[in-house]
Design a protein around this ligand. Structure first.
Ligand SMILES: Nc1ncnc2c1ncn2[C@@H]1O[C@H](COP(=O)(O)OP(=O)(O)OP(=O)(O)O)[C@@H](O)[C@H]1O
Ligand SMILES: [Mg+2]
Length: 258
């Protein structure tokens, strides 16, 4: 007898709206983010991509005057928008990577050990193990193992971005959000991050924003096309790029605007 693990939904977004003051930035969003898949968010500048992914870990709530309504179910359990949410726990479960690697001005080792330390890991031996495994997972270990105590700011842009991914996965999140993780990188560093994303999805659910259509097509399982704060179309990535259902999606992916 075979047992098949049913894939779970990590986020279930229903009728979500967001306002910055009077500005209606996200409109009636419906989207399901399946576990251990890569979801790509595409769309022209200003359409709400960053706003959207920052709602998933409630980071957007830091903005003064922001208001969010609707449902954002996390593992079909709690609506993150209505209940009291433990933000420290949520940020551990939902990590985030930004456009430019933003390591702390500390050593390579301390950047990776930071999260586990905050969450109570004290033993040097365990921290050493976490640092090594995390750096190996992002294929940075060989490059930095002899200079773990040097400043992270001395690394190249691509190395810094991989370090930030190592820092994020060191706390074993369920989800990794990425906002244009390769837009500041050269093609080779970009390719390494794309390969890394492909490997990480065995263990993690990834939601990534990208302006690069080829990248979305290469790395994602599902793609959502945003326009003026709305989701125009969501499909499995192959269908969205080969047979877009909406004219606006077709115009965007064929470069007619953007
Ligand atoms: N803190 C804020 N206060 C008010 N309006 C904001 C704020 N942040 C974003 N916006 C507005 O919300 C809309 C969506 O912005 P967002 O940054 O989510 O777009 P984006 O799709 O990520 O764009 P880009 O591709 O340029 O990064 C824009 O009109 C933007 O001006
Ligand atoms: Mg953005």
């Amino acid at each position: 007898m075979t047992t098949k693990t049913l894939s779970k939904d990590v986020f279930n977004i229903k009728d979500m709206n967001l306002w910055y003051g009077n500005f209606h930035a996200l409109k009636n969003l419906h989207l399901t983010i399946p576990e251990k898949e890569v979801t790509a968010i595409i769309g022209p500048s200003g359409c709400g991509k960053s706003t959207f992914i920052k709602t998933l870990n409630l980071m957007v709530n830091r903005v003064a005057g922001v208001r969010v309504s609707g449902e954002l179910l996390f593992f079909n359990d709690k609506n993150l928008l209505s209940k009291n949410v433990d933000l420290v726990k949520l940020r551990k479960q939902v990590g985030m990577i930004f456009q430019k690697g933003n390591p702390f001005p500390q050593s390579i080792y301390d950047n990776v050990a930071y999260g586990p330390k905050i969450h109570g890991v004290k033993k040097k031996q365990i921290l050493d193990e976490i640092v090594e495994t995390s750096l190996k997972k992002v294929a940075l270990w060989e490059e930095v193992k002899d200079r773990l105590n040097s400043s992270a700011l001395g690394l190249s842009g691509g190395q810094q971005q991989r370090l930030c991914i190592a820092r994020t996965i060191a706390t074993k999140p369920d989800v990794v959000l990425m906002d244009e993780p390769t837009s500041a990188l050269d093609p080779i560093a970009t390719m390494r991050i794309e390969e890394l994303i492909a490997e990480l999805k065995d263990q993690y659910t990834i939601v990534t924003v990208t302006h690069n259509m080829q990248q979305a097509a290469r790395i994602s399982d599902q793609t959502a096309f945003f326009l003026h704060g709305e989701i125009i179309e969501t499909s499995d990535t192959n269908s969205l790029f080969s047979m877009p259902k909406d004219r606006r999606t077709e115009d965007y992916i064929t470069g007619k605007f953007g």
